[in-house]
Design a protein around this ligand. Structure first.
Ligand code: PEP
Ligand code: MN
Length: 328
């Protein structure tokens, strides 16, 4: 399943141009056309979406290009308006997905107009697999098919959360949203290559005819012609591969190594600042008593977590030596 289109519907011309160019690039690949109409933006002084008026542009995309269309809903009123306008698919964004009361109110609205083809639910902005699963269960009250979307947290993947949801609900299709997951168009090709080995069911990708002029999410949108080569690996998607579990576990390890690396970089920077303080106060970089305390404490944590004290000493000696270099 592919969901392609701009972050936001900005003008009639932009919406129709994106749909036309996508049809030219993917003449034989079925896709659903997306555009956000009501935008949950971080800052109130930025573009907030066109609102209801843009639903007519999505209807034009349906009629002119024979495409199914999707938009984001965050209130019961959005659900009523979108479904009255004949929008085929609705998605619930990451900020809305973080609030179970809002998701429940959307479920009530969906029950009252049960004509959506499916509801797509993004993971919440916080890495909470239980909340994402709870939202899936809530949406199942509506009898409308539910599709999960992994869009990561803080511009990073949360493979452990996605893996938990996959294992708990292998029956729920899961798409990858590499655009919001990375916030960076350059990272999209590598992320799309994860779809086949992890047996994900497709992708939602933000596409804008002129990404650098986009009114929202400009850094993460691709131009339609950039999509051409990216879709090829997706067509190799094989449901027969049997080592998916290993691929998921490796994705989790890669994510944790990334966090380790990031934490180490932050730690080195604090060491550098401590070095500046020591210089200003005429204190020697090496403070044996402080290091002995650090080692004792870290070895205690490690043994509590089933790790060998000698391994932890080895590791911290290396970290400490590297930190000291920043204090010379
Ligand atoms: C979007 O899809 O445009 C969007 C706002 O996504 P998210 O909820 O993942 O931030
Ligand atoms: Mn967006």
């Amino acid at each position: 399943m592919l969901v392609l289109g701009p972050c936001s519907a900005e003008s009639r011309e932009q919406v129709l141009r994106t749909a036309r160019e996508l049809k030219e690039v993917c003449p034989n690949t079925p896709f659903i056309f997306r555009a956000g109409v009501w935008k949950p933006r971080t800052n109130p002084n930025t573009f907030q979406g066109i609102g209801e008026q843009a639903l007519a542009w999505l209807q034009e995309v349906q009629q002119t290009y024979g495409l199914e269309v999707a938009t984001e809903v965050a209130t019961p009123e959005h659900v009523h308006k979108a479904l009255q306008a004949g929008i085929d698919y609705l998605w619930i964004g990451a900020r809305t997905s973080a609030n179970p009361i809002t998701v429940q109110s959307l479920c009530e609205a969906l029950k009252a107009n049960a004509n959506a083809k499916a509801v797509l639910i993004k993971n919440p902005v916080n890495a909470d697999a239980a909340l994402w699963l709870g939202n899936i269960e809530r949406l199942e009250q509506t009898a409308i098919p539910v599709i999960a979307i992994h869009r990561g947290c803080n511009h990073k993947p949360c493979w452990s959360m996605a893996h938990t949801v996959r294992l708990a609900r292998p029956d729920i299709p899961m798409l990858l949203d590499p655009s919001h997951l990375s916030g960076d168009a350059e990272q999209i090709p590598a992320l799309l290559r994860k779809i086949a080995p992890l047996h994900l069911d497709g992708a939602m990708i933000e596409i804008h005819p002129e990404p650098s002029n986009a009114l929202s999410d400009a850094k993460q949108q691709l131009a339609p012609n950039q999509l051409r080569t990216l879709l090829e690996p997706l067509s190799n998607h094989s449901r027969e591969v049997t080592d998916t579990e290993l691929e998921w576990l490796r994705a989790e390890i890669d994510e944790l190594d990334d966090q380790l690396w990031e934490t180490l970089a932050l730690r080195m920077d604090v060491s550098r600042r401590i070095g500046e303080w020591k210089k200003a106060h005429n204190v020697a970089p090496l403070q044996p008593q402080r290091y002995a305390e650090i080692l004792d404490q870290r070895q205690l944590w490690a043994t509590k977590n089933g790790m060998d004290a000698a391994f932890v000493k080895h590791l911290f000696d290396a970290i400490h030596a590297e930190s000291l270099k920043r204090q010379e």
